[in-house]
Design a protein around this ligand. Structure first.
Ligand code: ADP
Ligand code: MG
Length: 704
């Protein structure tokens, strides 16, 4: 039996073996400590120092037994990725030796220098102190001989500098408000409401040797040049296709690594575009799911390298084929396991479900702009609204059954639910399949999929924290209004009916079950007054809108200073990304494409000259036409280089506010980049293949 097989055989033992999880804590902690910690994790009671002291010790012993020499406070600064600084466990003794130590203080608090992380003006570099604080609700784990401790990150003065803190806060907020609603419905047993998330991660794999030859992939994660190959994704033969052996080996190892870290990687398949794949874990608590998604992104990259591959998480690595997103499946459930978005068999009778459903509908309609910006990043600007991903307009897909019920509610009360029955395939040997309540609508940005909502706009490379803390907060806000009303209601049932009816009439404009890719929808959405926000720069405005500032501040998720700083960070990130892309393009254009094309014209010219030198009267129109065609394009290419250079330097020297600066990158620099690319892609189609200075789309997409 190979090493790999024996590993597979003990999957149940492998799963979570590198995690200080519940089973390990139960085994290693004294009972009172375990109980106290569990209470903090499950019920949010304050963590006591004496508990942390015992946990620190047990965690250290466990980690050292597993070969760990270091520990790190793992945090999620505003870069969107994770950060870590490693400290060893060693502590010197008088006799010149060391012992391994790890104190309560080291577990609960870290002090990374915060000056080099984005703060959007929250913190000057001379006030560089930042703190990390242990998040005991997400289990510690071991990777590369290091104990990873998930932490939140804030400044010396307490401002939030990370993506985890607002998420944790939003989970508390929605729990409180959802419980109030549950109580008026007579639920006395649930003590917490948890938001659950299952993010499906899309990614591309390209050959490492080819990757290394492309500066655009190295510096920006996407191709800035590249003509379409003769074949793209039009045959639809890659989606769910058989896995190639190299890919399958990669995926097997990926699963193993993730399972060790307690990540429940469940589904894997080929995606629509060639070289594109997807991985979905089993859903979990939002906080843990977010940490796990970071682990997934990290592990994808690491394991890919072991197989001579590079994993691209960019939203749009290749023009002309689908890009990557993250489908953020989201629901709410009680701590005793009731999914609040489960309609049951007869949803029209399920008033509690309808209230939670309508709360989501109202929240999404009222704060669509906040949700939109939560999914915005430079890469996603290439996808949203580009007929492959959801449009930039937020709407909700509910399917026939629920739409029908809402219509009944609006017209006076719901009396029935359309039943779906079974699906008979018409072959006796095939089983009868129970039908889902709704068919799929792959074009919707926010789709109800049976017992959860799937937010499909989320960018593949980003943290899912933003989309989820926005969702949690806006739904909590609506639930809090609903609770206010229902708690006071004299006739509860009548008030529920009234409330549902109101929400349906006021917010039905957000419901759309049709094709989101159609032109008609764009017009229809405009008539309905739904925002169509086509770029990241535009989307950021939502973050400084009074209504939105108020709701986040009211619930204590982020205050207005923190939101302002995040607004600045998104714009600054946009500016920097486009600037890097422009500079990379110029580098490739001037130092790679231009010389190659000049060589090529030189070759044609010398061929013409040598034919002419023979004195023979042969037809050389092909050569001269080609030379003239290439030279014309080359001249245009050179001009476009000059104008991109000018745009880039103008933008760099711009002095004005961040928004206008970012808008300049979008409206001028980005436009010049596209013009330069267009000419280069034409040149690529006529220049000698051997002379083209870097691997083509065909090689990148079909060579794995
Ligand atoms: P599809 O690609 O058809 O949308 P997948 O099975 O690939 O579906 O992914 C669905 C995701 O939704 C999985 O990660 C799954 O665990 C998650 N999911 C299922 N139920 C819930 C729920 N109640 N809350 C959050 N996520 C859920
Ligand atoms: Mg999906």
């Amino acid at each position: 039996m190979s090493n790999f097989e024996s590993q597979t055989h003990s999957l149940t033992e492998v799963f979570g073996s590198s995690v200080f999880n519940d089973a390990t804590m139960r085994e290693r902690l004294p009972k009172p400590t375990y109980k106290a910690l569990k209470k903090t994790i499950d019920e949010g009671t304050p963590l006591l120092p004496q508990v942390a002291e015992v946990v620190a010790n047990a965690m250290k012993d466990w980690a050292i037994e597993k070969g760990a020499t270091h520990y790190t406070h793992w945090f999620q600064p505003m870069t969107g990725i994770t950060a870590e600084k490693h400290d060893s466990f060693i502590s010197p003794t008088d006799d010149g030796k060391v012992i391994m130590e790890f104190s309560e203080k080291e577990l609960i608090k870290g002090e990374p220098d915060a000056s080099s992380f984005p703060s959007g003006g929250l913190r000057a570099t001379f006030e560089a102190r930042g703190y990390t604080a242990w998040d005991c609700t997400s289990p510690a784990f071991i990777k590369d001989n290091t104990l990873y401790i998930p932490t939140a990150f804030c400044s010396y003065t307490g401002e939030v500098l990370d993506k985890k803190t607002p998420l944790l806060r939003s989970m508390e907020v929605i729990s409180t408000q959802a419980l109030r609603v549950l109580r008026v419905f007579g639920n006395t047993t649930a003590t917490r409401v948890i938001t659950t998330v299952g993010p499906e991660q899309e990614y591309f794999l390209v050959d490492k040797e080819l990757f290394d030859q492309r500066k655009d992939l190295i510096y920006t994660g996407r191709t800035l040049f590249g003509a379409k190959p003769p074949k793209g994704q039009e045959m639809e033969d890659h989606y769910f296709g058989t896995l190639k052996e190299r890919i399958s080996n990669f995926m097997k190892e990926l699963d193993q690594e993730l399972w060790k870290l307690g990540v429940s990687a469940k589904t894997k398949h080929n995606e629509v575009a060639p070289a594109q794949h997807e991985l979905a874990p089993i859903f979990g608590t939002t906080n843990v799911a977010t940490d796990h998604n970071h682990i997934i992104m990290d592990t994808l990259k690491k394991v890919a390298l072991r197989h001579g591959l590079v994993c691209l998480l960019h939203e749009k690595p290749f023009a002309g084929v689908n890009g990557s997103g993250k489908h953020n499946n989201w629901s709410m459930s009680t701590n005793d396991g009731q999914n609040l978005l489960d309609p049951g068999k007869t949803p029209h009778e399920n008033a509690q479900f309808l209230v939670f459903l309508c709360a989501v509908i109202k929240a999404v309609d009222e704060y669509a702009d906040m949700l939109r910006v939560s999914a915005a990043n430079t890469g996603n600007d290439h996808r949203l609204g580009a007929n492959e991903a959801p449009p930039a307009i937020i709407s909700i897909f509910l399917g026939d059954q629920l739409t029908d019920i809402l219509e009944q509610i609006e017209n006076g009360g719901a009396k029935s639910s359309i039943q779906n029955g079974d699906l008979k395939i018409g072959v006796n040997t095939l089983p009868t399949l129970p039908k889902d309540a709704t068919d799929r609508n792959r074009t919707s940005p926010f789709a109800f999929t049976g017992n959860k909502f799937e937010f499909r706009m989320v960018p593949s490379s980003g943290s899912i924290s933003g989309p989820n803390f926005v969702l949690n907060t806006i739904v909590a806000e609506v639930l809090s209004d609903i609770a206010d009303r229902l708690e006071k209601a004299k006739d509860f049932n009548a008030e529920v009916q009234l409330l549902l009816k109101e929400i349906v009439s006021n917010h039905k404009r957000i419901i759309f079950n049709g094709n989101n890719y159609s032109e008609d929808w764009v017009k229809e959405a405009e008539k309905r007054g739904l925002p169509n926000i086509s770029s990241t720069v535009e989307a950021t405005k939502a973050m400084v809108k009074e209504k939105n500032l108020n709701v986040f501040e009211k619930h204590g998720v982020l205050n207005r200073t923190e939101l302002h700083s995040r607004y600045e960070i998104i714009l600054e990130t946009y500016i920097k990304s486009i600037n890097i892309e422009a500079l990379t393009m110029l580098d490739m254009a001037k130092r790679q494409i231009l010389p190659a094309v000049i060589d090529f014209t030189g070759n044609i010219a010398s061929t013409i000259a040598s034919i002419q030198a023979t004195g023979l009267s042969v037809d050389i129109s092909a050569q001269t036409e080609l030379l003239s065609e290439v030279s014309t394009l080359l001249a245009q290419f050179k001009k476009n280089i000059t104008s991109l250079e000018k745009a880039t330097s103008d933008a760099a020297n711009f002095s004005g506010d961040t928004f206008d600066h970012a808008a300049m990158y979008r409206d001028v620099v980005f436009v010049k980049m596209s013009e330069l690319r267009a000419v280069a892609d034409k040149l690529e189609m006529i220049v000698d293949e051997e002379m083209w200075p870097f691997p083509t789309y065909g090689q990148l997409l079909f060579n794995v």
